[in-house]
Design a protein around this ligand. Structure first.
Ligand SMILES: [Zn+2]
Length: 473
């Protein structure tokens, strides 16, 4: 078994791990740790295909997120919103590292790790805009003897109550249902459209949020197991629309003013067939035989990343696709870049949508790592102002900026790479959620802490930036 670098996604070696890895005896451990780190979103793939017989698929049986301290069916005992420590500290600024591929392609078990220069701004205190969601109930006052005896229970994650429930595995059907409900609730500001159809015929739902002529595009779940990015975009849609109808503001953002000037195009689930496999298991797939014949690079379908044709959708775009490294070479649970670029209907749909509209900028949401990929070598010098924009985004989210992606064997063929190359305008790949040393989806019950608290303003931030700087448009 050997490891090879794959496509972009989170890479972060914390100082804590560096300390552990000093000294020759730690070399093997270093490789193992790197493999774990980089496996999250596809930096690495394993050549020795694991047996699909290991798959047990059922969600309730597969709640193996190590962050989890309770089962899905257990009573909610979350000390919400208290932050629980994660296994891995959040990526530290100036700790970003990029793994360069083995130039021989095979037989090299150790990736060469190259320390990359910092792209992150100096730490600054960012005033956190005032929360707009209802505060959690406070413990009862001790002045009241009746309530003082029985303190109020710890609040469950109810601060984001609404049409969209972000605390459950977010299925395609739920996404569709919620879209219709949101459109009915907020018709002035939300309309639904479609970007196309998936391999299995699911709708690639497009949400148009806003009234303005200017446009930006946000998308989620290119990678199936990262479906919490769909949850995030749906919750974002609801919260912004609710704010537009309500107070008109969200945090420090003037939602009404922003959404009157811009329309945010949102494709919350680019890979609905893959998400369906991850959440509902192999029995829910149309062509089970075809899927079970594909290479499994992880143990379970919960860790599936590709579309249902076994093609990694974020290695499919015609942006230096030929240079993109492909360590698997055939349909697989992840990492297969396809026989040629843009063969998959989901990729074609995203390309057509992006060409048919003039999007000032784009953001594609993934997990895990709490980092931002903002530039690649092919285009970094051709998009003025993108570095400053990325720094502001980093400051807003507390996510680290990754170095400019230098090697097309690693970064090529992602949606963001294609968007930059095609339009010479900013496109970000944003890795929501902290790294947690697994490839299974996050515990959805911890959505607020894992995703929302850092990411809730990104849509409005990008919209406002697009209003203020149109990149020549
Ligand atoms: Zn990803």
């Amino acid at each position: 078994m050997f490891v090879q670098p794959g496509s972009h996604c989170s890479i972060n070696i914390t100082r804590q791990h560096k300390v552990r890895l000093r000294g020759k005896p730690a070399l093997l451990l270093a490789v193992c740790l790197l493999s774990g780190f980089l496996a999250s979103c596809g930096r690495f793939a394993v050549e020795g295909y694991m047996s699909r017989d290991n798959d047990t698929a059922g969600y309730n049986e597969m709640n193996e997120d190590p962050e989890t301290t309770y089962g899905l069916n257990d009573p909610v005992e979350i000390s919400y919103p208290e932050h629980e420590p994660t296994d891995t500290p959040e990526p530290e600024h100036q700790q970003g590292q990029e793994v360069t591929p083995d130039t021989e392609g095979i037989n090299t078990p150790e990736p060469s790790v190259t320390a990359m220069p910092s792209e992150t701004p100096e730490p600054e205190v960012t005033p956190d805009p005032a929360p707009t969601s209802a505060p959690a109930p406070k413990p009862s006052s001790t002045h009241d003897p009746k309530t003082a005896v029985t303190p109020a229970p710890t609040a469950p994650p109810e601060t984001l109550k609404g049409a969209v429930n972000p605390y459950v595995p977010y299925t395609y059907d739920q996404m569709r249902e919620d879209c219709l409900e949101l459109e009915a609730l907020y018709p002035d500001i939300i309309s639904l459209d479609t970007a196309g159809r998936s391999v299995e015929g699911r709708d690639l739902t497009l949400i148009k949020l806003g009234k303005g002529d200017k446009k930006i595009i946000l998308c989620g779940s290119h990678h199936a197991r990262e479906y919490i990015s769909s949850t995030y975009l749906m919750k974002m849609t609801e919260e912004y629309a609710k704010a537009y109808y309500g107070s008109g503001s969200f945090g420090n953002y003037d939602v009404r003013n922003i959404l009157d000037q811009i329309c945010i195009y949102i494709v919350p689930m680019v890979n609905p067939d893959g998400v369906n496999l991850v959440i509902n298991g192999i029995e829910a797939v149309g062509d089970k035989e075809a899927v079970t014949a594909m290479a499994m690079l992880r143990n379970t379908y919960r860790e599936w990343k590709a579309n249902i044709n076994g093609v990694d959708l974020n290695r499919q775009y015609p942006a230096e696709w030929e240079k993109k490294y492909d360590e698997v070479g055939r349909p697989a649970s992840e990492s297969f870049k396809g026989e040629s670029s843009a063969t998959e209907p989901e990729v074609k749909a995203m390309m057509e949508l992006s060409k048919a509209n003039v999007f000032i900028l784009a953001a594609s949401f993934h997990t895990k790592g709490n980092v931002i990929y903002w530039a690649d070598r092919a285009t970094v010098d051709l998009i003025p102002g993108v570095k400053d924009l990325a720094k502001r985004l980093s400051k807003l989210t507390k996510y680290s900026l990754m170095p400019v992606s230098e090697d097309p064997r690693i970064y090529a063929a992602g949606y963001e790479n294609w968007f930059r190359l095609e339009f010479l305008r900013p496109a970000f790949c944003i890795e929501l959620t902290p790294y947690n040393n697994t490839d299974v989806p996050h515990n959805d019950k911890k959505f607020d802490d894992l995703v929302w608290k850092n990411a809730k303003y990104i849509g409005l931030f990008l919209a406002e930036e697009a209003i203020n700087n149109s990149w020549g448009l």
